[in-house]
Ligand binder design. Sequence first.
Ligand code: IMP
Length: 430
Amino acid sequence: MAKRKTNTLIVGLTWGDEAKGKIVDLLAADHDIVVRYNGGNNAGHTVAFDGATYKLHLVPSGLFRENVTCVIGGGVVVDPKVLLDEIARHEAKAPRLRRRLLVSSRAHTIWPWHTKLEALSEKHQGKGKIGTTLRGIGPAYADKANRVHAIRIGEFLRPDHLQKKVQRIVEARNEVFVKVFGEAGLDAAAVWREYAAYGEAIRPMIADTTAYLLRAVAEGRRILFEGAQGTLLDIDHGTYPYVTSSNASAAGAWPGAGVPARAIGDILGVVKAYTTRVGEGPFPTELRDDIGSQIREQGHEYGTTTGRPRRCGWLDTFAIRYAARLNGIDGIVITLLDVLGGLPELRICTGYTVDGKPLADFPDDPATLEQAKPVLESLEPWKEDISCARSYRDLPRATRAYVKRVEEVIGAPVRIISIGPSREQTIFRS
Ligand code: IMP
């Protein structure tokens, strides 16, 4: 038998919103550290226990586990205001959170010019917009790549330097806001007053998290890597350009956390029992009919971050198989399986055709994906409410047949099944 691996990585296999937060919260109980490695507050991770629901955007979903250290890795972009609001909102339920939360000095930051630029740019794109979450994520990552006007969290430790830098950046950005967009500029002094205070509040949590994690790896402490968004939103391997601006696949974990790739361990790919997408971009299995609406209502498919209704469709195992292979997953987690109960019919997509010809591989360009027609396979629906099941055997025969078929077509074992938002509504399979 293979040696038990120490660390675990949780990654979404579709376009995000796979209920990864619940899975991270559960598995965090068996880990020492949870580290977010990509994205920012475009993410919306939901954790539910003791009858209450908590929505997280930046703080790793291990925060409610008292013995877990939460790390925001260098690959994350941090909006300081959102981070502090989130800590304040949850610290009553997350004991000693400020002492258990480390924010990488290497993480880049989101400022008012990022959100303002994104809002203007999406508006001016009109029909060609990406449909972003408008949280400034893309502009912040663009500045990181561009380097000249980027600010890392660690710079809050040098306020005099940062104040001058903010002044310089605002002057440069105002040229664009005023001259290109005909909008009002930002007030550098006001921005600095607000953000200097955020910097002071974050200062005790700033750390060289790469050094911290490398030590943890050497000491054999168990690390849980928490991916945000999903593989099909990965900037390099997703459905570009309708993607986010970070590596949302497992490939983002080693640069985003700052650990060697071989330290990752077990990789679990999370999928919902059906597929959803928010924002623009091709979605071959999308259901624009009553069944799509039924899934949306039964699954409460409205964005955690923006409240936008999510587009819903049949489980796209052709796309998921691609994502599963790209991430090199060891197992699958299926979430929201209970939502499929009571649907009049049940299908999964096992392939795509373009002009009647089957595709060998998941398309690498949006035009082909736009033309792709899903090859659908019908499976037996079930009527029962499965949300009270506590073991695999409790599930109706048709539900188990669905799970088995998903394993076959994706080519990996289903290790965890989630049948409701709370911790107890989970079935672990050995
Ligand atoms: P951005 O990440 O805000 O730049 O948005 C780019 C695309 O990714 C848009 O289609 C968003 O709806 C989508 N997106 C970003 N974050 C998430 C997420 O956490 N869940 C689902 N979709 C997301």
